[in-house]
Design a protein. Structure first.
Ligand code: AHG
Ligand code: MN
Ligand code: MN
Length: 339
């Protein structure tokens, strides 16, 4: 039997690996963990407390109905970042514009955080896994000034840390600072995240695919071909691949990280640029995927190399096990060369 390693111990032990190891990023990651424990508690009680279950009655910038828990989670994380002292500004799915924190301490903060406070929130009312996704950058504007839009619109390759918290059958926090991926499970008895999944690696391939197949006929022909391949591929085991689609990106991604698999959200006529948001959904999970040996692409471009032009920018998203993503890329290329 070995000693439990808590997230805080782990962060402190690894501090030397962080760029500019001054302890600021460690404190910031600890703040993320504390906010996520509070949100986890709200999520766990959502069915009991009627002021946090259901729709808020408003829509966000993207025209999506906000759930009450979306707003509760958004406010909780913002509060933590605003008063933590390490962050000069944030951007979130639930807010039209980015926020610059104008107090003197925050203006000295070296980091910005972009986040999706609750991913998969249409699943709240039906008690299905949801999560928080976050992406951390070093600011590009001078310390001491107000955060700017340029701090927010950085390429994914510039992320210094990224992660997610999955409010699933247990609550898990998974993160990377560019030195591999580690997963921690919240032990509710002691209120601590404990290292449960050290050095996570995504299997190179698997027989699980994940896509909203309602979109199949309106997807790129290369993607249609790949899904058809999965459905018809019976040679190895006598059965086709299995489809798995939770409808919470973070939960579908987590399954791929552990069991291997591919997640596809293509451009479709109703979302011609794709549905998922580059800055706070695609980039952080792309960073984790690559750190675990997987790939993330639009079908034409590595996700983390895209130069963002707007806060709520959407992109087509293909992420998962290396060999499976490569196969989709081949299908796309072949379909394009036929046309
Ligand atoms: P959010 O709840 O943060 O708005 O994100 C929802 C996203 C993502 O989590 C999920 O994979 C996708 O929307 C599901 O979309 P469809 O219902 O179109 O399949
Ligand atoms: Mn989301
Ligand atoms: Mn969301």
């Amino acid at each position: 039997m070995s000693k439990i390693t808590t997230l805080n111990e782990f962060i402190l032990d690894r501090q030397a690996e962080f760029p500019f190891a001054t302890g600021e990023l460690s404190r910031l990651l600890s703040d993320v963990a504390v906010a996520s424990k509070i949100v986890s508690n709200d999520v766990r009680r959502a069915g009991l407390v009627d002021h946090i279950l259901g729709a808020q009655g408003e829509t966000n910038i993207q025209g999506e109905e906000q759930q009450k828990l979306d707003v509760v989670a958004d406010e909780q994380f913002i509060k933590m970042f605003r008063f933590g002292g390490e962050v000069c500004g944030i951007a979130s799915e639930e807010n039209d514009d980015f926020m610059a924190f104008e107090d003197e301490q925050s203006k000295k903060g070296n980091y910005v955080v972009l986040f999706d406070p609750l991913d998969g929130s249409s699943n709240i009312d039906v008690n299905v896994s949801i999560g928080t996704i976050f992406s951390i950058y070093r600011r590009v504007s001078p310390a001491g000034s107000s955060a700017t839009i340029a701090d927010m619109l950085q390429e994914g390759v510039k992320q210094v840390a990224a992660g997610y918290v999955l409010y699933g059958s247990s609550t898990m926090l998974v993160y990377t600072t560019g030195h591999g991926v580690n997963g921690f499970t919240l032990d509710p008895a002691i209120g601590e995240y404990c290292l449960s999944h050290p050095n996570m690696k995504m299997p190179e391939t698997s027989r699980l695919y994940s896509m909203n197949e309602g979109n199949i006929d309106i997807s790129h022909p290369g993607i249609q071909e790949y899904i058809k391949y999965c459905q018809g591929e019976e040679k190895a085991t006598g059965r086709p691949y299995s489809g798995r689609y939770i409808g919470s990106l973070v939960a579908d991604f987590h399954r791929s990280l552990i069991k291997g698999g591919i997640y596809i959200y293509p451009a479709v006529p109703s979302s011609p640029k794709g549905k998922l948001r580059l800055l706070y959904e695609c980039n952080p999970l792309a960073f984790i995927a690559e750190q675990a040996g997987g790939l993330a692409t639009t079908g034409y471009e590595r996700i983390m190399e895209i130069k963002p032009t707007e806060l709520h920018q959407r992109v087509p998203y293909i992420v998962g096990s290396k060999k499976m993503v490569q196969q989709v890329l081949n299908c796309i290329q072949q379909a394009d060369s036929r046309n």
